[in-house]
Design a protein around this ligand. Structure first.
Ligand code: ADP
Length: 429
């Protein structure tokens, strides 16, 4: 390669950095931004280049490669797939070292080095094929964290990298890291906005159903009252009461939905607050069942022994109401719901069993996470936000207990169980 005096070298470096900054900022897609950077440095600065991001567990994820001879690009892929950079501490590959230490490296590499590094004949063939005479590996640092490494490689027939090139490589890596970080933040912000749009759409849809019930019965009651007052119709207390009941259950549903939404949005920032006092769980469950719209379907088995514990009664009531409402919603109208409460050692165990759609194996954990709905419920005709059980789990865990579901699978019904520590003395106490 021709000798440069200092002036043209500075101009070249300036031009390279300017073009890297321009292409890196040209896209808000992190994958495109990083591929643009790789292409901008080849062949002006190196013969080929690889951008690695540091993944969890010390893994590397190649996000971009470029070779001055596009025909040799597949060799880079094969090299990295078949012979990934060694993470073994005794022969740590420079990429791993740079990611670990955050310091860039410059190495000259001879054919003897390649022979020493190759683990078999194909490996050596690939190392020679891509062309390795010297390399600069620089860390990608964004907001103080090492997010990956940029490797620039020159073939043996080109002047090897020197100390000035090392600085240039570091500068390119700095600019690339900033643009990868910006694009990643932008993508995360967009995803958050989309999730919140989806959430608003689902939430308003869910609120609209009980709202329509409330509106309909409100109108009906007004009309019945007006006609009875005008003497057009006889006052029919039973019809009136029926509409009032429907109105009441619509309002309860609205209240439950808005409470769940509030709980979930609060839980994103602070753990749920529970106000504990001495509670008789048997009494609480009996009242919850009596108040439930599905009361007539419930077969209740509560042990006679008082089940006393230090719990938050309002929050516990929320859990029981949610389990009863779900048992009624996800099972055929009129089918029985079995509720049992018993003490098992020093814990109280509440179970709610229904004979409905069941919970598929794969969804048993997900339904306890915010917005988690089983596929047989989400796809079907069951309204819901997927919030009640996640709030219930939070409540139960805050009180030192656990909640889980057992089901024979789709269509085989479900049993939801809650266990809570009681005040009962243990046999040894
Ligand atoms: P929602 O019922 O509003 O979707 P939940 O958090 O109470 O919210 O329940 C989460 C999911 O768990 C439901 O969407 C449904 O898939 C599943 N699920 C809850 N209870 C039952 C039940 N008794 N039978 C079958 N599936 C249930």
């Amino acid at each position: 390669m021709a000798d440069f005096d200092e002036q043209p070298l500075r101009v070249e470096r300036f031009e390279l950095l300017a073009s890297v900054s321009a292409v890196a900022a040209a896209s808000l897609d992190p994958d495109v931004a990083v591929q643009n950077v790789a292409q901008a440095v080849v062949p002006a600065f190196c013969d080929w280049c690889v951008v690695d991001l540091a993944l969890e567990g010390g893994e590397l994820g190649i996000v971009a490669t470029a070779h001055r001879d596009p025909g040799r690009q597949p060799l880079i892929s094969e090299l990295r797939t078949a012979y990934p950079p060694s993470a073994d501490p005794d022969e740590l590959h420079p990429i791993h070292r740079v990611i670990r230490d955050g310091r860039s490296v410059l190495d000259r590499i001879s054919d003897d080095d390649l022979q020493a590094r190759a683990s078999d004949a194909r490996h050596l063939e690939l190392l020679r094929g891509v062309g390795i005479g010297s390399h600069v590996v620089a860390p990608l640092v964004a907001r103080g964290a090492i997010i990956g490494a940029l490797s620039f490689v020159r073939a043996p027939d080109r002047a090897p990298f020197d100390d000035a090139d090392l600085l240039t490589g570091e500068d390119v890596a700095r600019r690339a890291a900033v643009s990868i970080d910006n694009a990643t933040l932008y993508r995360a912000a967009q995803e958050a906005a989309r999730t919140s749009d989806e959430f608003m759409a689902i939430a308003s849809h869910e609120l609209r159903t009980p709202l329509a019930v409330v509106q309909g019965h409100w109108d009906l009651l007004q009309r019945m009252l007006a006609r009875a007052t005008a003497g057009d119709d006889a006052f029919e207390p039973e019809r009136f009461q029926r509409s009032l009941d429907r109105l009441g259950s619509g309002i309860s549903q609205l209240r439950r939905l808005t409470d769940e939404l509030l709980d979930v949005s609060r839980l994103r920032h602070t753990p749920l607050a529970v106000a504990v006092e001495s509670v008789d769980l048997g009494q609480l469950v009996r009242v919850a069942v009596a108040d439930s719209p599905a009361a007539s379907r419930v077969e209740l088995a509560v042990s006679d022994a008082p089940l006393q514990g230090n719990w938050d009664p309002d929050r516990l009531r929320q859990v029981v109401d949610n389990l009863l409402a779900n048992a009624a919603k996800y099972a055929p109208d009129g089918s029985p719901i079995e509720v049992s409460l018993a003490s098992v050692g020093r814990v109280a165990r509440l179970t709610v069993t229904d004979h409905g759609i069941g919970v598929p194996d794969d969804d048993r954990e997900a339904i306890f996470t915010p917005f988690g709905r089983a596929h047989n419920a989400a796809a079907g005709r069951y309204p819901g936000l997927g919030l009640g059980l996640s709030v219930s789990r939070e409540i139960v865990v805050q009180m030192g207990g656990r909640i889980w579901v057992e089901s024979g699978g789709e269509g085989a019904g479900s049993t939801f169980s809650v266990e809570l520590p009681t005040n009962e003395p243990s046999p040894e106490d």
